[in-house]
Structure formats: structure tokens, C-alpha cells
Design a protein around this ligand. Sequence first.
Ligand code: TYD
Ligand code: MG
Length: 462
Amino acid sequence: MSRQNKEAVFFCTECGYESKKWLGQCPACHSWNSFSEEPVAVSTGSKSQGGKKNRTGQGSPEKKIVSLKDIDAYGEERIDTGSSEFSRVLGGGIVPGSLVLIAGDPGIGKSTLLLQTAIGLSDKGRSVLYISGEESLSQIKLRADRIGYGSGMGLSFLSETLLENIDQVLDREHPDVCIIDSVQTMYSEDIGSAPGSVTQVRECAQRMMMRAKEDGTAIFLVGHVTKEGTVAGPRVLEHIVDTVLYFEAGDNGAFRILRSAKNRFGSTNEIGVFEMKGNGLSEVLNPSELMLSDRPENASGAVVTCLLEGTRPLLLEVQGLVCETAFGMARRQASGIDYNRLNLLLAVMEKRAGLQLSRCDAYVNVAGGMRVTEPAADLAVVCAVLSSYKDLAVPDDTIVFGEVGLSGEIRAVRQADERIKEAKKLGFKRAILPRYNARHCEHIEGIEIIGVRYIRELFSLL
Ligand code: TYD
Ligand code: MG
């Protein structure tokens, strides 16, 4: 980097955008008032390369080129985290030599998840080093007591925030897995700015990346999502690390969702569902069952749909409520689905199926606090609104999925078979789906498949 001897620059604390002057709005991520001034390191080059520097090449050992077949891939032997949810989100386990960022609001359970994983790994004979800059060792011990642990062999802790010291310890210990909780508390002496600033957070991530690749240690960084202040958010790091996982609460706070936003070793959009209990996080192995618990029986306006979160099908209940508007302007409210998408679907129903929805208030809610982004939920939203409008219940044993286009046509979705199988597992008997999918899906015993082409055909079905 050619930042030598510059006095100060401004960074966006949300996305890390760098500017020579202060800006009110970030041109990259459009957040307001997010710029903070930071002095720049005299040289960010030297120590950050872990001593193996010298970009100019003079005096550095010659680097050999390697042919493809001679490269060892770490990916083959992944380390099982001991939690099937966590492993799946990582793409099948921990890849040695990877740098994973776990980001989330303070108090969501990041430290708990990682401590639990560390305990599990050490019980299986892996060496794990947990470096905490936030909590004292006795606080960690209290948490470990809550979670419960086996022998505790192979799991060591370090309370430290200075990167240079951490480097020394890692040079000595060479653990299989290292956890840094949190990246915002770590700082390097080379850099003049405060811990948590964009330059410090970046420096920490870059050094850890270098170390992970050189030693083969898998490193987890914890990052807090922040909205304001001088503490840099995890978005600053997204492009540096291999994997970014967001740990978030469901809309109603009942459970925790681990979501992969970037993964160099697996698919993104994968989710893992957990529940915070008195003794740590427990996995929710069948989230569909959880989402559909306490479902009303034969109520109008409630429809079950099946969506794919990454590779996993998930059944959800979409609820609609339509009533005549009391004021001149109709109210629309969407929770769990996109508001604009709801308006679009209502307009399609008005124009293509002749419903007088402009005179009605319409509320749509996804039960269980999940946020739905897949277009396959469209048909369920349409059915829920239609069912409430006509006050006709959709049978309890029916699932509905499909994308709705602007002409009122119902378009095919991917992996219809997977969705139907998931519904079958939970006792559903009928599936309403796009006609193309109905023609091409495999025959599944005990489930009636109904293909539809246009939304007006739904009237006769209901
Ligand atoms: P924590 O892991 O410290 O969150 P983070 O590291 O993301 O800031 O824990 C979050 C909350 O979880 C905390 O309020 C206490 C609660 N908790 C439980 O309910 N049960 C438990 O077994 C543990 C360890 C924590
Ligand atoms: Mg914590």
C-alpha cells in the first residue's frame, strides 16, 4: 500500500470506503454521517506481512511456481464442528487455513456459539486457542460452566488485545483452530488509531488472513455489527475474509439464525437455526416443525409454503388479512416479506383476477419471524390474500409455492421435488405448484400434485 507518510484519511465505518476529505454520505454504501477521521500508519506494509515482506522482491527468497496437480488442497479434510447446523452453514465443516468472520449484534450469542464449538472440538482432540479481548478469563469460565464441558484438554484461553503479542503466542502454539473475540478490541502498535477503527480492524483481519494461509490454522473472527460511532462494522472486512456468517435473531426473537453471506468453501444463503437455552445454544434440527407449531386450524388467510434456504427446504406459514378500508386510502402492511413485492402482487390480483383490492386494507405476515426473499413465496401470498378476501380456508394439508408474474402467470421454481418431499415429511397431502413443475416433478406417494398456470385458476381450486 502506498499510504506512507500521509497525515490522515477518512473512512466510512460501515463499508470501509476511503476518502481524502470528510463526506456526509458514503458514495459506496450510501450511509449517512458514517465517516471518521483516522491517522494512517507510518507504514502498514512491514509487520502486517508477518515479517515475510518486501514487495519489491529485492533480497526476498525466490517464490516458486507450482503446477495444479501438485497443490495440496486443505478442503478435503474438513474439521467437524460437532454441530450439524454450524457445519452445514460453513459448507460441510471448518476448512483448515480459513478465516471466518462471525458478525452479529452484541448479545446475540456469538461468544456462546464459538465457545460451545471450541469445547466440542477440544473434546475431539483438536487444539483450540480462544483469545478474548472483551471478557476476563473468569467470565469465560462462568459461561463454560453454563454450557458444560468434558475434560477441557486441548482448549486454552488468552486474554489479550495486542496483535503483536497474539502473533507471538500463535507462533509458539500453532493451534488447529483459533478464535478471536472480538476483532474490534484488537489493536496493533504500528497503527496510531484507536482499537475498533477501520484501519485497526482491517490490519487485524489482514494479519490473521496471512497467518491462516501460512500455518493452516482455521481462524474465527467475531465482529459486532454497529450502526454508528467510531467502531468499524464487519462490512469493512467482508472482502478480506474467506467466509462471512451473520448471526441474527428471528423477527420475534425466539430463535437465532446463522446465515452465510459469503463463503469461499461452500454455498451461500445456507442457514442454521438455533435456540438459546439456559445451557447454551441448542440446534433446531427440524425448523419446519417449529415454524408450523401452533398453526390455527382451518382458518381463512393462512397458507403454508415451502421455501429453500440454501440447500434446505423450509416450511413457513404465510398469513393474509384483508378487510374493507375505513379511510379513503387503503393500508398495506408486510412483515417478513418485501413491502413492494406485496403491492405488486396485490396489483396483479386486482388486474388479472378481478379482485377489488384497492378498496381493502391488506396485511401479510410470515409467521415465526422469518424473512422471506424467494419469489417462490408469491403464490402463497396470493393464496393467503385471496383466502382472506373470500373468507374461505385453504385446507390445512395443502402447501402452495410458485412465482407470480405480472400477467398473472405462475412461473416455475427450482427444486420442486425437494419442497414436496419436505411437505410430505410433515404430513401434507396436497401441493399446489406451477404447472411446469407439476409436469416435471417425480411422483411422490401420498401427495396430490395440482399444477396451476394462471392465478385465476386458484378461485376454482379454493
Ligand atoms: P453472548 O454469547 O455473550 O453474546 P455475544 O457474544 O454475541 O455478545 O451471549 C448472549 C446472551 O445469551 C446473553 O444475554 C446471555 C444469554 N445466554 C443464555 O441465555 N444461555 C446461555 O447458556 C448463555 C451462555 C448465554
Ligand atoms: Mg461476546
